[in-house]
Design a protein around this ligand. Sequence first.
Ligand SMILES: NC(=O)c1ccc[n+]([C@@H]2O[C@H](COP(=O)([O-])OP(=O)(O)OC[C@H]3O[C@@H](n4cnc5c(N)ncnc54)[C@H](O)[C@@H]3O)[C@@H](O)[C@H]2O)c1
Length: 315
Amino acid sequence: MKIIITGGAGFIGSHLARRLMLEHHEVHIIDCLHPYYSLERKRKQLSTIDSLCSESFTPLNLLNREETISCFQSILPDAVIHLAALPGVAYSIERPLEYVDYDVKATINVLEACGQSEAKQIIFASSSSVYGNQTGPLKEEMANGNVISPYAASKYSAESFCHVYRHLYGYETKILRFFTVYGPWVRPDMAIGIFLKKLLQNQEITLFGEDRVRDFTYIDDIVDGIYLSLTELHKSEVINIGSGKPISMLSLLQELKQYFPKMEIKKEESRIGDVVQTWADIRKANDLLGYRPQISFAQGLAETVKWAKDNEAFL
Ligand SMILES: NC(=O)c1ccc[n+]([C@@H]2O[C@H](COP(=O)([O-])OP(=O)(O)OC[C@H]3O[C@@H](n4cnc5c(N)ncnc54)[C@H](O)[C@@H]3O)[C@@H](O)[C@H]2O)c1
């Protein structure tokens, strides 16, 4: 298949691109190398995608509607996997309007470009944050727009535009809601990335909200979920891709303590915009995709710690 990955220089995108290339798909990466985190790191992520990448990488900001449409028309993709976005809850509270641009407007441009280039399917990277502050296993139909951060509101809105453009153009629209992704090259603004950086520098770590619980999902399982949606699902759907096994922040720290026995923790109140719990109900992904997460949290964390020790300069 000929596939465009937007945001392909990012954490999830670079892992996904490698997998798709290994499966012999023709991969085209579009990324504007947004400075939300270090460009050096994004370039390194790109460089890990093979020598093929230099030919298939287009530096482009998807906010540029005309260039986005003409880029898609020159590639004529079978499928588009739209990962590009500004991520991060805390930053979205400081700069909500940027999220309307990067997470909503850029998505509308991609949806239009998919239609004009006659792509058969689009996969949209949504987020567990669209469930707001609900508890218990989160089923797909529970998202109701009652969210608590601009990031979540942008993702919820972008999902709505996906539905709109499915009606306008008739392509398959697969909305995947990812749950807290971690693994080698974990984003540096996420709890595990922040903790590892501090622990390797023998600094105290700050835990915001010890009651917080997250459905940590290993990157390879996320990539599996995307791959199965691309190849095995032939209709429009909204599907959770998570581990289905929520872990408390205290359990995360206990696991990390095995690797960093001198760990010192400062506890603070949770931050505004952070939901109390995420817990994916993954039965729909099981049934429709045959998705089964393979990597236990202990295994995934061991791989992530190993990567962090080998790549301290990029943390
Ligand atoms: N990592 C997670 O835990 C997680 C959880 C839920 C959802 N998601 C979603 O998955 C997607 C990928 O996340 P990630 O963790 O890999 O983030 P990332 O920041 O590592 O990757 C996103 C990439 O998109 C690019 N980008 C942003 N705006 C762009 C634009 N206008 N034009 C071109 N490129 C642009 C950035 O430069 C970056 O390389 C995002 O949509 C994110 O919201 C991630």
